[in-house]
Design a protein around this ligand. Sequence first.
Ligand code: PRX
Length: 644
Amino acid sequence: MQAANTNYPHKIRSESEYNETYQRSVTDPRGFWAEIADHFHWHRKWDSVLDFNFDEPKIEWFKGAKLNITENCIDRWAKSHPDKVALLWEPNDPSESHRKITYAQLLQEVSNWAKVLKSRGIGKGDRVCLYMPMIPELAFAVLACARIGAIHSVIFGGFSPASIADRVKDASAKAIITADSVMRGAKKIALKDIIDSSLEDCTVEAVIVFNRNKDTVEMKEGRDFWYSELVERLDLTAIEPAEVMDSEDPLFILYTSGSTGKPKGVVHTCGGYMVYTNYSFLNVFQYEFDDVYFCTADIGWITGHSYILYGPLSAGATTLMFEGIPNYPSPSRFWEITDKFKVNQLYTAPTAIRSLMSCGLDQFKGTDLSSLKVLGTVGEPINKEAWEWYFKYVGKEQCPIVDTWWQTETGGILISNLAGITKHKSTYATKPLPGIRPALMNDKGHRHPLSQANLSKANTQKLQGNLVVEFPWPGMIRTVWGDHERCKQTYFSAYPGNYFTGDGCFKDTDQDYRITGRVDDVLNVSGHRIGTAEVENAINACENVIESAVIGYPHPIKGEGIYAYIICQGEVTQSAVNDKIKDIIGPIAKCDKVQLVSGLPKTRSGKIMRRILRKIASGEKSWGDASTLLNPEVVDEIWKNRVV
Ligand code: PRX
């Protein structure tokens, strides 16, 4: 096995090195990535570094190579540093004990879980859905899937039974891994009951239940199994060997919302994803081997996959997992955890920062935070006030902030400063990582002529457009599970030859990128991605609703709030609407404002003029000429009755 190197030879250590590395990565991308990939353990090296065309699309990295990601994330560190802590875990309730899992223990636990999965007939290529609390067993189970070559699909704990059922069916999952329940703050979520309801109209062969809270739950004979009982029957002495995978075999599916239809199953594959999450983790956070790193995300989202698990573990890092929420039992919780474990890198979301900002400065009383070296943000544009508060009160003006722009589909961070190496700038994600070639498209569908140019003081106008990426990188989406055509249509057809991100972007005279948010009908509510079409479908399923339009509007804490305009016949209340949304999607998609209207502004071809509704929802009267609408009179009425 390739020895683990704790000096991280491919970590960039100065701004000039970043510039040189970036140049090299675009002039010789294959040579560049091959050199990085050389630092991993492969059973067989690749025949070709990259084959691709963005038309089909076909994207193949390290074709012909054989590996197992868990050997890179666990075995090689368990061998060289068995007693190093891999996972730190802090429970929801601070009076419960925390846990420390070393690399040697992680190997044993993942092996145990792998054996349990195999004992239920699960193997390479089978899909396994996980609906679990943020406990170490979730990490063990995810990694156990990867170890035996099963494709994991983690479902966020806030989704409803109907949403779970959609995902389980779409992935035709063979098994589900869950727990009895979870406490989030003071609230209990009965995970197993939710799974039972979700399985009413779909079948899986096995539900494996981990007993987190010692609840009594209903167990269906022949389908449901306690993990503890399955594992008891097995001989755990020998470590379960890792299944040897092709570089391009799927590693996981993660569902995410788009502008139309149901959520898509984004597929990531083994080799490229491993190389990219490792490289981006080390460089963006400038992780040093003895650091303690804390990402506050949930493993149900891509941030948890890439930057709680795979990126950090592949670097032999100590990664902290937190079961609870930022303000329980008090808004000091993140700071107490930081002090308790001497956290060096803290990675969180603007929505968490804004919600803590609103709690006053007492939260810092009695906390020290001097271990912090790097702060990170992800998930949505960070506003100036939140950035400054984070910099001043959390980082004590000593820590660079990495504003990391990326997506479920990109697998890892694409645009960000490198902590302490390249400059940070409030509200700017700044520069592309090596290997990433962003470009801005103008409204005619062409690459902006200055897109690749260095903007000088002579052409001071900021360059604005739709953000695309012109060249593949190892961590990118390969397909949409079961629907390759949808992958092509969504990401590769708007600007042929490019990956389209769905985001708008500025570039300034420092050549820094600033992401302005989605340009499609996707909302970003508290960092959660929600499709307007999904919410509208849920609202339309309410009794008495005829039609609806859902819009995002600026919200001081959530970033975007959800505003629904509804045409109905008879009575419809906001709570009825939200109950339905909770049932069909989950509580994360609840509407903040509901307005009943007699009509929706429509073009002559019957399309809803969302632009006008967006203006009204943000309290702006400047929607321009409405006279070409089919029903211009409705606009004034909607404005008059708007919900403020
Ligand atoms: O609009 C961008 C926003 O989040 C979207 C991706 O959401 P999701 O796939 O759920 O992944 C979130 C975590 C990677 C993007 O299209 N976004 C993410 N990070 C940033 C951001 N917007 C601005 N700045 C960021 N740093």
